[in-house]
Write a protein that binds this ligand. Structure first.
Ligand SMILES: [Zn+2]
Length: 281
């Protein structure tokens, strides 16, 4: 999809079931339509899509939240899996071509694809020439909470591999509320979901798009003002969600979601009850 001068594509890794203990299992699209499994999801697990974003423009290539990265590792048992690398192949882009990796936050379901274990059993950056961008508050929070998973879906931090990237100086820790990594791209610190959570606004030649990370993870969360179960600061999440949705609506912007099952992107309209609905592009 074109947003001004940018090409913006979602790189779907597929559908996954996340269990309460953080285990992740792949599921087929057919299972999503199966009512029996649907009710299991409600009781024991949640079903999510995983859709990293690829942005290209002004001679820059950017990945936002590189996903689970299943199948990247040496001896991985997930061989026939879509991951950020196999998905980039579709667009003739190599991991070496990526200039920036933007991390909205550091939960493992958004960051595992940052690295893989090579044939020499060495932690290796998936994007060897990229600068990895993360908010300073997120890094500090993750380090302080690495062994304290609350047992909630997908909220864990697994930093072992990311420490190596940090040690190699590949991270840029953002300490501002608004940061412009590339002309036309703005990172906005929202907090809410996690203390250092950021969202991305793409604005170029009068066209706007938003990528809302886990602040608004899917189309089903448009009218839920906060997610008390998964937000570390529900009040802040509510404030930022309200503000961002209002802006996106006024801007007639496209919103891209990371965890949607069905509608992965769209523009906003309001129904009779003043609720946001997503309409297809
Ligand atoms: Zn998260």
């Amino acid at each position: 999809m074109q947003v001004g001068s940018f090409i913006v594509e979602q790189l779907s890794e597929g559908f996954f079931e996340i269990f309460k203990d953080g285990t992740i299992q792949k599921i087929g699209p057919a299972a999503l339509e199966n009512q029996h499994i649907e009710s299991d999801f409600q009781r024991n697990t949640i079903a999510v899509g995983i859709d990293p974003l690829f942005i290209s423009g002004y001679e820059m290539n950017i990945i936002v939240d590189p996903g689970l990265g299943w199948g990247l590792d040496y001896k991985s048992r997930f061989k026939d899996t879509s991951n950020v690398k196999t998905n980039l192949d579709i667009f003739d882009v190599r991991p070496e071509d990526i200039d920036f990796v933007i991390l909205t936050h550091l939960h493992f379901d958004h960051t595992a694809g940052c690295t893989f274990v090579s044939d020499e059993i060495k932690t290796t950056p998936t994007f060897p020439n990229a600068r990895y961008l993360v908010h300073k508050k997120e890094w500090e929070h993750a380090i302080a909470h690495i062994d304290q998973s609350s047992g909630l879906y997908g909220d864990g931090y697994r930093l072992d591999e990311l420490y190596k990237l940090a040690a190699e100086g590949r991270f840029r820790f953002i300490d501002r509320e608004n940061f412009f990594p590339v002309r036309g791209l703005e990172l906005i610190h929202t907090g809410g979901h996690s203390p250092g959570h950021m969202v991305l606004r793409i604005h170029d030649h009068g066209n706007t798009a938003w990528y809302t990370g886990d602040l608004i993870p899917s189309e089903n969360h448009l009218n839920q003002t906060a997610l008390p179960i998964t937000d570390t600061d529900p009040l802040q999440a509510k404030k930022m969600k309200t503000e961002i949705l209002k802006r996106a609506y006024n801007e007639k912007a496209v919103i891209f979601f990371y965890h949607s099952l069905f509608k992965k992107a769209g523009k906003l309209s309001l129904n009779k009850e003043e609720n946001f609905v997503l309409y297809d592009l």
